[in-house]
Design a protein around this ligand. Structure first.
Ligand code: CMP
Length: 147
């Protein structure tokens, strides 16, 4: 069934000019862009969005990176979108993606462990939280069913 997920084209990929190639790849893989916006995150927004990571050693680097330039925030739809998008983007660490999943979008467009080109929601509840974080009032009848 059709499902929605949330994606970010991160500052490294936008800065490198990879956005159009990423849009082409995701369309080819069967994803439709249901909503999109370009923005630069404030420190407050980045800290709130990544709140679950605030005690991790990489948190400061993550927030600095994510506020370093424009990002594109996307709502994507596809059958089984949450899982399918995470498969398409590949492992978090770009080096591991290049070694193990060379066709994945992080392998193709990422930089390193923190600057990894793309984000994807990890669950239905994350997708709902993240879509609402960036697309205030996004229609609930479009939202993924709880799993
Ligand atoms: P993402 O999975 O989209 O959301 C959390 C982000 O934190 C992740 O992408 C990376 O950008 C970053 N990250 C995760 N693990 C590490 C790590 N071990 N070292 C540095 N950055 C990380």
């Amino acid at each position: 069934d059709k499902e929605y997920t949330f994606a970010i084209i991160k500052p490294d990929a936008v800065e490198a000019g990879h956005a159009d190639a990423i849009f082409a790849k995701l369309a080819e893989a069967g994803f439709r862009v249901a909503a999109q916006n370009e923005m630069t995150l404030s420190r407050e927004q980045a800290e709130a969005f990544y709140g679950e990571h605030k005690d991790k050693p990489f948190f400061e680097n993550l927030v600095t990176f994510m506020t370093s330039g424009p990002i594109k925030v996307l709502v994507l739809s596809a059958p089984d979108a949450i899982k399918a998008w995470r498969e398409l983007i590949g492992p978090t660490n770009t080096e591991i993606a290049r070694a193990d999943k060379p066709e994945s979008l992080r392998a193709l467009f990422g930089t390193d462990q923190t600057a990894n080109a793309l984000h994807g929601s990890d669950s239905s509840s994350s997708a709902m939280r993240e879509i609402n974080f960036f697309f205030d009032g996004w229609a609930y009848d479009n939202m993924p069913a709880e799993t």
